[in-house]
Design a protein around this ligand. Sequence first.
Ligand SMILES: [Fe+2]
Length: 277
Amino acid sequence: MKKSLAPNHFISIAHLTDTHLFAESDRLLVGIPTDGSFKAVLAEVKQTLPNVDLLLLTGDLSQDGSVESYQRMRNILDSYQIPAYCLAGNHDNLAVMQKHLPSEYVSLARSLNIGNWKIILLNSVVTQAVEGYLAKSELIWLEEQLNSERDRPTLIAFHHPAVAIGSPWMDSICLTNQDQFWETGDRHPQIKIVINGHAHQDFDQIHQTLHDSVRCLVSPSTCVQFRPQTPTFQVDELAPAFRHLRLYADGSIHTEIHRLKSGQFSPDLQAAKYNND
Ligand SMILES: [Fe+2]
């Protein structure tokens, strides 16, 4: 995407993740209609960020990997006419997603340049596994991408968190080769942001590399939230949300969480036996 960027201007990105749509539009996940909460979050994006440049969706787009879930997501995203870049999570069916999700507005492209920035989307999914892993081929491709444009501030996105987030149960199902990923990070100081989904919560921490620091972000889900800093899985009562990112021409960043009003989509705590598999 070509967009010239004055030094004091920024790229505006809405990060939406873990939408968990079902084949049926009225099905609930822990008491929350995932179709309805996704639409409500998108409406909030449109209302609060009328000039947003793109949407970034980082996996678990579907709960069941169904054709219907991806077709409905495509239709919903197309209706907003905002470029949307998507990658897969452990709940997704990548083959079905590749066939039924792309459209004029919805892309599965793995890298793009926008303004002064480079955005790279990686696949951290392991077939039949909840935890994530970046295959050797993925790391080699990442290295090539980073070597090709060393001067562009870069955001890297994939599904599974790249650092421990402080909940042992979740940390055991994050990216299992974090060290290998950060070896690449050590060689490329242009990496400014690593952003992930999977953990259904707001997380914001600096990771120190050899030469620089990287902002590690995880964003809340557009449906059910997980309580942070817990030894075992717990549902959080916080409302669905998205993250707004402003990426400035000089590589600096501003980010904040936009959450729906509480009470509109409340989880059913009695039904909270969701075990994240
Ligand atoms: Fe998820």
